[in-house]
Each structure stands twice: as C-alpha cells, then as structure tokens.
Design a binder for this molecule. Structure first.
Ligand code: ZN
Ligand code: ZN
Length: 252
C-alpha cells in the first residue's frame, strides 16, 4: 500500500514529468528512462538495412523497387523507428494527447538528422485548420520545433499550407493519386526559394504524402529536400509494393 504522500508525489510527478516515472506504453512505474524493459523490447529501431532513398527497412541495403520505379522528389528520408508494435503505440499516444513526446522523438531523431547535409529550414507536414482544431495541435509542428532547438535550424512556419483534406485515394490510379495529393499543398515561394529543406513528420508510410509535399516545395523553388520521420513502415517486396495505410492505424 502506498501512503497518501507517496500517492500525491506520484500524481505530482505524472503531472509535471510524466516521462520519468511511468512507462510511456504500459503506464507502470519506472525509475528513469521512458519505457519499462518489457515495452522497450517491443520498440524496434530502424538501424539495420534500409533503402538509401526512402529510408524504410528493407531486406538488403539497396534502393527499393518502389523508389527505383518512381524516384521520390525528396533526396533522402531517414527515420528512427520501424512503425510496428511499440512504435505504433508511442505515435498513437503522441497524436492523442501525448504532445510532450516530441522531446523524446527529437532526441531519437537527432543523430539521423545530424548525418544529413545541413538544411536551411525545417518544414513540417501541415494540417488543415479544421483538422488542427479537432486535435488541438499539429504533432509534426511540435516535432519540428524540438528538432529546431536541437539543431539550430529554423522552422519555416509559413512555407507551406494544406489547402484541402487528403481525399480518398483507394479508387484512383497512381497518376490520379499523385495529382490529388499535390493539390492539397500550397508552398510559399518567398519562404522556400533557393533553400535546402528538411521535412519532419511522425510516420512515413508509402511516402506519397512526402513526395507530394516535396513536389510542391520544389515547384516553389526549394533546391533540395530531406525528410525525417519518427518511424517508417517497413518496405515489403513480397507483395510487390509497400504495406498500405490499411495495415496501420489511420493517419490524418
Ligand atoms: Zn511498459
Ligand atoms: Zn525506397
């Protein structure tokens, strides 16, 4: 049994320093760190073989078929985690009230970002105003701000806006999907012209959104684009294409 004072202490700790006292995934009490040992085992780091372009986990360290057949508009993407098991739960929490996880994720991503050429500005995947009102915050923006603190690269808040919601894509062919997505973003020439940019987001699934955003930024004059996401979906050549968003919780 805990004393009243202990209970109060725990409550206080959870209020002000939630990450230091309870496991981010299962919620049990821990002493330091972010995860209990059992949950830590469920979080897989994307530190093995990856595609040198989209950065997703692959069987061999060579360009994946998806990137080979349709070279992305960004130069290179990196991610800290593989989007499965514990990482899915962490990112779900990040998007549903756990805004403070931006600090942890920025820490995980920093070494990967430091290995990229230095960017002139950071861009985050924008949300429509309506979507942001619904969630209360844009998790990609929070992540961008934390990465900016760690790297000294400024966040370009005005670089790009989302002018419409991402439409249903299922019934469309590739060209139609790309056109559809590219119409969602509007980039500001003044903010991005002549710049090397780093786009940050929580998850890279097929890379289609990043590609559309990169395309928009390049059309507005950005010279080169790099991408950093907390996690990415493993590339699966077995079915000839990457796992689709149907395999993972819905993204906004
Ligand atoms: Zn745990
Ligand atoms: Zn690839």
């Amino acid at each position: 049994m805990k004393t009243k004072a202990q209970k109060f202490g725990k409550l206080l700790a959870e209020t002000f320093f939630p990450q230091d006292f309870t496991c981010e995934i299962c919620g049990i009490e821990i002493f330091g760190g972010r995860l209990c040992p059992d949950c830590a085992e469920t979080v897989e780091f994307n530190d093995g073989e990856t595609c040198p372009v989209c950065g997703r986990k692959t069987a061999k360290s060579e360009i994946c078929i998806e990137c080979k057949s349709n070279l992305p508009k960004f130069k290179k993407a990196v991610s800290a985690l593989n989007y499965k098991d514990g990482a899915v739960q962490l990112i779900y929490k990040f998007k549903n009230g756990g805004a403070y996880l931006s600090e942890y994720f920025a820490q995980l991503l920093a070494p990967k970002i430091n290995a990229l050429p230095r960017a002139d500005g950071i861009v985050y995947v924008p949300m429509t105003e309506k979507a942001q009102l619904r969630r209360g915050y844009n998790q990609a923006k929070l992540l961008a701000n934390k990465i900016s603190e760690k790297t000294g690269v400024p966040v370009l808040d005005k670089a790009v806006i989302k002018i419409k919601e991402t439409p249903e894509q299922k019934e469309l062919n590739r060209a139609e999907r790309e056109k559809n997505l590219s119409e969602c973003f509007k980039s500001d020439k003044k903010a991005v012209k002549g710049k090397v940019l780093l786009i940050v987001d929580d998850v890279l699934t097929t890379g289609a959104t990043m590609n559309a955003l990169s395309n928009s930024l390049k059309k507005a004059g950005a010279t080169e684009i790099f991408v950093a996401t907390v996690a990415s979906v493993e590339y699966s050549p077995l079915n000839g294409k990457p796992k689709t968003t149907q395999d993972v919780p819905a993204q906004i």
